[in-house]
Design a protein around this ligand. Structure first.
Ligand SMILES: NC(=O)C1=CN([C@@H]2O[C@H](COP(=O)(O)OP(=O)(O)OC[C@H]3O[C@@H](n4cnc5c(N)ncnc54)[C@H](O)[C@@H]3O)[C@@H](O)[C@H]2O)C=CC1
Ligand SMILES: O=C(O)[C@@H]1CCC=N1
Length: 281
């Protein structure tokens, strides 16, 4: 697992006050669990349900985390976080339901899985959320929406759990989550593809592959960090690179042409949002 960027303790996580079941401790569930433990959650309150836990997850038993404990041994579950694949959810739900009670807070990060489906198949009070993989270094962004029956305290708990891996935005309209998934949930993959293709284009332009890969990676990472730290918006940061009549302007004339980045990314985001809606069926 990757180290978190910073690990201030979270009073809300230190006083969670009840069992927390994590269903699915893969890339996203594992990143969340790492964040919670780093921010002071007592491992003794955590139960991981996963038929194939990684060695890193198994090692957390040393911190008190229980793995695949039977529902009858766990007792009351205050909070459940569901991070299995959406396609796995229907098969996993009956077992997960046995851990949840009527007052359990159920937080799902599954793509394309509506609040109504979660409430019907697991029960409890549901928060639907969409994080992204920079969560693994505490730099994710999550958008969350709460069902009407989620109490203010449960919402605060969900916020603390999600905030352990980065920023959190709350919305009231669940239908926005499909577009959120397409922009920030899937978005890191678009950025990594940019690094891949920039390297490939560098090789086409005559660079040795290793140097092209190093340059592309450092450029994407450094630009992301500049965007993160700067108070300037991305258009201004772009303009700061662009000398009139210079090399960047020549490249941007291609990227910003009618058949450039804008229609391409618009189509890509629309395809991801459509897939999110399809997963709900
Ligand atoms: N990877 C990403 O970038 C993001 C993923 N998500 C969502 O997070 C969820 C998990 O995705 P990943 O972590 O990428 O997948 P993953 O494949 O890394 O993790 C899924 C985990 O679920 C476990 N699992 C399988 N069957 C199970 C069962 N019956 N009960 C409990 N656990 C079971 C697997 O062993 C695995 O460890 C998905 O619903 C996905 O839509 C959301 C935002 C971003
Ligand atoms: O590709 C997916 O379906 C998941 C949801 C957002 C990122 N990964």
């Amino acid at each position: 697992m990757l180290a978190m960027a910073n690990t201030p303790k979270s009073p809300a996580l230190q006083q969670l006050g009840g069992n927390l079941v994590l269903a699915g401790a893969g890339k996203m569930g594992g990143a969340l669990l790492t964040g919670w433990l780093a921010q002071g959650l007592d491992g003794g309150e955590v139960v991981v349900i996963d038929p194939q836990p990684s060695d890193e997850i198994r090692a957390l038993t040393a911190r008190g985390v229980r793995i695949n404990a039977a529902a009858s041994d766990v007792g009351a579950v205050a909070t459940m976080l569901v991070a299995v694949k959406p396609q796995t959810f229907a098969g996993a739900a009956p077992a997960l339901r046995s851990y949840a009670g009527p007052s359990t807070l159920v937080v799902s990060v599954m793509a394309g899985t509506p609040i109504a489906a979660l409430a019907a198949q697991i029960g409890g009070h549901v928060v639907r959320a969409m994080p992204n993989t920079p969560a693994a270094i505490g730099r994710g962004i999550t958008v969350a929406v709460a069902a009407d029956d989620v109490t203010p305290q449960q919402r605060a708990t969900a916020d603390a759990l999600l905030r352990a891996t980065g920023a959190v935005e709350w919305v009231e309209d669940e239908s926005l989550i499909d577009a959120v998934t397409a922009v920030s949930g899937s978005g890191p993959a678009y950025v990594f593809l940019l690094a891949e293709e920039l390297a490939r284009a560098g090789v086409e332009a005559g660079l040795p592959e290793a140097l092209a890969t190093t340059l592309a990676r450092a450029t994407v990472a450094g630009s992301g960090e500049l965007l993160h730290r700067s108070e300037l918006d991305s258009a201004t940061l772009r303009q700061n690179v662009t000398s009139p009549g210079g090399t960047t302007a020549a490249a941007l004339a291609v990227l910003m042409a009618d058949d450039g980045f804008r229609p391409l990314l618009t189509r890509a985001v629309a395809a991801a949002a459509k897939r999110s809606r399809e997963l709900a069926k």
